[in-house]
Design a protein around this ligand. Structure first.
Ligand code: BGC
Length: 755
């Protein structure tokens, strides 16, 4: 074990300051005289983007396996598969001499327009957290670090370097932070990367509340916080805010500012030492894993194929899929020959090989005659001749496979989409081909939700194949031919149209600020609340077989929050093909003091079943499954009362529910103050006892007055509920033993004394 403390003691102030900023685009500073090696970091998340020359301006990575992007991986709902992919990435990091992989991304898909949604898992924090955690476990099990990013609230690319995300505390705690929290607590990433944007007025890179109070102190994060590339504005302020490592570097003036700040006493030496200690902790941990060698390109390609196939979501199928040995197939669409398999930006990987759907079809679809028509151009111009050609081929075939990818550069890191649509040409192509050939299958390649209402009724089947990674060409054929039974389910809602989406009126913000006005209501939480129809709901996905749910069981129907609850259900493959099903458990709170989403995902499990086979799925719910974050108490709160436990095949396909009663074990502190309303007082255990006699008396007097006025039954006390107790006392002050203020103060004193 390296004695980090002793190294810190031997380091000069200049060395410490320099270590806290990178030494190149992708490396930290080595302090050779003290045996401190450099640490190499590399993007991420779905493949290793190892830049050969770390100082080169053009960042072309060495060949590495390009796995499907996060939207596809999340649609697998298979945390063990994510773990396997993580392990493979860890092995590739070792071979490519990378110490820390810059990923995964755990930001929420607040709006489907975010250009980088393909790199993020979900609109649901529970699902995203579980995915991120097992992925990190996988990479780190190989002795390679990860960087959980972008912490926090980098939910749009528009003005990402500067925008202030204004988010209320509850939405932050319940929606935007929990995926990070789960990943930090369950998987202990070596590093967390702070986001570019501001959060509630302060750059994330300087945000003490975020980086120190929440991440390090509350969640117990022991690793280092690294800046997103270029996210630091003031190095001293960022050190004070909890940012340990600035990337990239070197930045002489920044380093100098740190040295001067320590010398002048404006920066506590201990703060710098802590950052140095965290950095050295990761550097020496990384050094324990010898780097170099090769990796099994074939095996990793096969894993990428498996992940891609598992993530594909069968959105619609009238029975045309799986294909049953058609003799003539019309393959249409550029994406069949030029696969759109990953997104643009820092996550772009140089693949070790690339499977082409058309070629794979030729290999795998034995005996079928195949024609190819390009269908649509790369740009946005409209070329009727391409559509006409496609229609001609489609007409004479038995089935048409139409590969449609979002137009190049429509979604990317660095900017957002402007709409959710395929272009005019592509839509016209789908409609024309589908009307010429009733057996038309549309295969989609895109990184995030797209709108389809305009054409979804036309084709016989639609397969969401995502940005499917380098092996997607094989995976998609596996699914089309039924060699793999599709089992992906959407990790994000597909809305009917952009104007339906939760953040629509609050996006992208103005004057440098985006207000998250929809609060906790993003994704299905919003559509549920508005009872709004969607194109495809969260958690939805088809299969070539069918699954029957039976015998739901609950460990108890009356339980304490800390004990939690176990839910079991039997699932039977009631069709004739082997397949996989993901069971989802949502929790619905009947009544709560603060508004809550109608339901929230709190558990899921994926199982494989042979035809006729039955398996029992068991899912555990814990305290947090029932709690909400209460900003006034600054803690997670449960309340006594009834909840429905919903067991479903998607968020919109609930097969069973059971009402259960929770007993809260929380002893909440009093938060009463001079302005508290009668309702506040009545919800405080001690306060209620104290004010009840006064309220009864006042109500009694009011009743008498009303009755005298012939208005029996009108003095309900409803009006008074939301009035400050002080105002009520003021109104009836003459009948009180002391002035209203004094009485409230004395009651408050009794409340707090009793605690
Ligand atoms: C991206 C990060 C990435 C970093 C290094 C930034 O622009 O936001 O996700 O890891 O660059 O390439």
């Amino acid at each position: 074990m390296t004695d980090i403390q002793s190294i810190i003691e031997q380091m000069s102030l200049e060395e410490k300051a320099a270590l806290c900023t990178g030494n190149s685009n992708w490396t930290t500073l080595a302090v050779r005289r003290l045996g401190v090696p450099e640490m190499v970091v590399s993007d991420g998340p779905h493949g290793v983007r190892r830049i050969q020359d770390v100082n080169a301006p053009v960042h072309q990575g060495l060949p590495a396996t390009c796995f499907p992007t996060a939207s596809c991986m999340a649609s697998t709902w298979d945390v063990e598969l994510l773990n396997e992919v993580g392990q493979a990435l860890g092995e590739e990091c070792i071979a490519l001499k990378v110490d820390v992989l810059l990923g995964p991304g755990a930001n929420m898909k607040r709006t489907p327009l975010c250009g980088r949604n393909f790199e993020y898992f979900s609109e649901d924090p529970f699902l995203a957290g579980k995915m991120a955690a097992r992925f990190i476990n996988g990479v780190q099990s190989k002795g390679v670090g990860t960087s959980l990013k972008h912490f926090a609230a980098n939910n749009q690319e528009f003005q990402r370097f500067s925008i202030n995300a204004s988010i209320d505390e509850r939405a932050l705690r319940e929606i935007y932070l929990p995926a990070f929290e789960t990943a930090v607590k369950e998987a202990k990433p070596w590093t967390v990367m702070c986001a570019y944007n501001k959060l509630n007025g302060t750059y994330c890179s300087e945000n003490h509340g975020l980086l120190v109070d929440i991440l390090k102190d509350e969640w117990g994060f022991e690793g280092l916080v690294v800046s997103d590339w270029g996210a630091v504005h003031d190095r001293v302020a960022s050190l004070k805010g909890g940012l340990d490592l600035e990337m990239p570097g070197p930045k002489e003036r920044r380093t100098q500012s740190v040295v001067e700040a320590v010398r002048s006493g404006t920066l506590d030496q201990a703060m710098l030492d802590e950052a140095v200690s965290r950095i050295l902790g990761a550097v020496f941990k990384a050094a324990e894993t010898p780097k170099g060698g090769g990796f099994d390109t074939e095996a990793h390609h096969a894993l990428a194929r498996k992940a891609a196939a598992e993530g594909m979501v069968l959105l619609k199928n009238n029975g045309v899929l799986p294909l049953r040995n058609p003799r003539q197939i019309a393959v249409i669409g550029r994406a069949a020959k030029k696969p759109y398999y990953q997104g643009s930006g820092s996550s772009q990987v140089t693949p070790t090989m690339l499977a082409i759907p058309f070629e794979e079809l030729q290999k795998q679809a034995d005996g079928a005659v195949m024609t190819y028509a390009k269908g649509y151009p790369s740009g946005s111009d409209f070329r009727q001749a391409l559509i006409d050609e496609a229609v001609r081929f489609a007409q004479v075939a038995e089935v048409a496979l139409l590969f449609i990818s979002l137009p190049d550069l429509k979604e990317s890191e660095g900017y957002d989409r402007v709409d959710l649509d395929f272009n005019r040409h592509q839509v016209a192509l789908i409609k024309a081909v589908a009307s010429a050939q009733p057996q038309t299958v549309v295969i989609l390649n895109n990184g995030a939700a797209v709108a389809m209402s305009e054409w979804i009724d036309a084709p016989a089947a639609v397969l969401e194949a995502w940005m499917m990674g380098q092996a997607g060409g094989e995976a998609v054929v596996d699914v089309l031919l039924g060699k793999v039974n599709p089992s992906g389910k959407l990790a994000e809602t597909f809305p009917l149209k952009l104007t339906d989406t939760p953040a629509y009126v609050n996006y992208p913000g103005e004057n440098g600020e985006v207000r998250y006005g929809e609060g906790i209501f993003i994704g299905y939480r919003y559509y549920d609340a508005k009872e709004m129809p969607v194109l495809f709901p969260f958690g939805y996905g088809g299969s070539y077989t069918t699954f029957a749910y039976s015998s739901p069981r609950f460990s108890s129907t009356l339980f304490k929050d800390v004990e939690g609850l176990t839910v079991s259900v039997d699932v039977t493959n009631s069709g004739s093909l082997a397949g996989k099903e993901t069971v989802q458990v949502y929790v619905h709170d009947h009544k709560s003091r603060l508004v809550r989403p109608y339901k929230e995902l709190k558990g899921f499990a994926k199982i494989e079943l042979q035809p006729g086979e039955t398996k029992t799925v068991t899912i555990s719910l814990d305290f947090r499954s029932f709690a909400y974050y209460h900003p006034a108490y600054k803690q997670w709160v449960t309340e006594d009362g009834e909840f429905d436990i919903l067991i479903g095949a998607s968020s919109a396909d609930i097969r069973f529910f059971q009402t259960v009663r929770l007993q809260s074990t929380l002893e909440l502190p009093s938060i009463l103050h001079r302005e508290s309303t009668v309702r506040d007082w009545l919800s405080d255990r001690r306060g209620k006892v104290l004010i009840e006699p006064y309220i009864q008396r006042l109500l009694g007097q009011k009743k008498q007055i009303f009755e005298a006025d012939g208005r029996e039954g009108e003095a309900t006390g409803m009006e008074e509920l939301d009035m400050p107790l002080l105002s009520i006392f003021h109104n009836g002050e003459s009948k009180l033993p002391m002035p209203a203020e004094d009485l409230v103060d004395s009651l408050l004193e009794q409340v707090y004394r009793a605690k």
